[in-house]
Write a protein that binds this ligand. Sequence first.
Ligand code: TXA
Ligand code: MG
Length: 334
Amino acid sequence: MPVLPATHSGITKAVQALLEGLPVGMPTETVYGLACDARSDMAVARVFAAKGRPSFNPLIVHVDSLASAQSLVEFDPLSLQLAQRFWPGPLTLVLKRRAECPISWLVSAGLDTLALRVPNHPVALQLLAAAAIPLAAPSANPSGRLSPTQANHVQLQDSDVEVLDGGPCAVGVESSVVRVVDGRAWLLRPGGLARADIEQVTGPLASPSTLDGLEPETNQPYAQGSAPQHSPGQLLAHYAPSRPLRLDAREVAENEALLAFGRHVLPGAGAVLNLSESGDVTEAAANLFAYLRTLDREPFQAIAVMPIPHEGLGEAICDRLRRAAVGAALAADR
Ligand code: TXA
Ligand code: MG
C-alpha cells in the first residue's frame, strides 16, 4: 500500500482523498485506523468493504475535541467526566446520537448510539484539524485479523489505499470502550486505558464477562444467545494470526515459535520474541501485534504464548490473545 509521509504535503494528500470519499490509513496511539468521512454513506460503505467487515459491527468516530463530540452526541455527566479526564487518549465512549447528528447511520450499524474518541496522536490530530470533518475509523486490518501497529502492516484487499505514516503505535492495543447506562459504567471492550484508571472516575466497572450484555437499543439484557455481546464487534474469534496459538504455555514444542513474557523465558523454541523482558504489561501491549505477526511464519506450526498477568493493560492483552486463539483455530478448520 502506498505510504504517505506525515508532512504538510502528505497530510494535504490524505485530506484530498478523504474529501473525495476515499479511505485513508491513519496512525493513532492505539493501532492504525482505516479512516473515512463519517458523514458519507458511500465512504463508510467503502471502509466496510475494504475490511470485509460484517455490517452489524459499528465503527468508532474520531473527532478533534470534546466540543466536536458534543455536537454529535448527548453526554451524561459521568461520560463527560471520563472525556474531560482521558481525551485525547485510548478511551472510546458510546453515547446517544443527537437528533441532528450528521454521521452516517452505517457507522452506528443502525443503533441510536455512536462510539467516539479523540485520538492522542499528533498526526491523527493534524489530519482531523486539516480535514475538519469527523473520521470514522475501524482498525485497518482485514476483519478478524491482527490489527496494524505500523504503517507497513496495513494490508488490505484494495491496495490503492494510502497510509499516513505516523511511526509505530505507542499503546499497541485498541482503545477501551465504555458505555454509561443509567449512571452505571460498562466496560464493553478492555483496551489501551487500564480498568483501574477508568474506575478512578467511575467506580467498579460492569462488564459483559461479569454480567451478560445489555441490548444497546433498549438497555435490556440480551435474550440468552441472541446477540454476540454488548459491544457488537466483540466477536469471540478475532485479532487472529494464521497459525494456531497455544496460550499459557509452560513448555515449548519443537515446531512452535515462542511469544515470551518476563525474565524467565521457556527454553527450546526455534524463535523467541519477548513482549517485555522486565515484565512490563504496557511495553508488552505495544509489542503484541507486531510480534505475533513476525512469529506467524514458516517453519513454525504454532505459536506458544507464555502466561501474561491480567493487571493494567494485561487485561486487554489477554482478551486479544484469547480471541486470536479462537480465530486461529477457526481459520485452521477452514
Ligand atoms: O483504538 C481503537 O479503538 C482503534 C483506533 C483506530 O481508533 N479502532 C478500533 O475500531 O479498534 P474497531 O472498529 O476495530 O472497533 C470498534 C469497537 C467494536 O468492538 C465495536 O463493536 C464497538 O467499538 N462499537 C462501535 N460503535 C458502537 C456502539 N454504537 N455501541 C457499542 N459498541 C460499539
Ligand atoms: Mg478492530
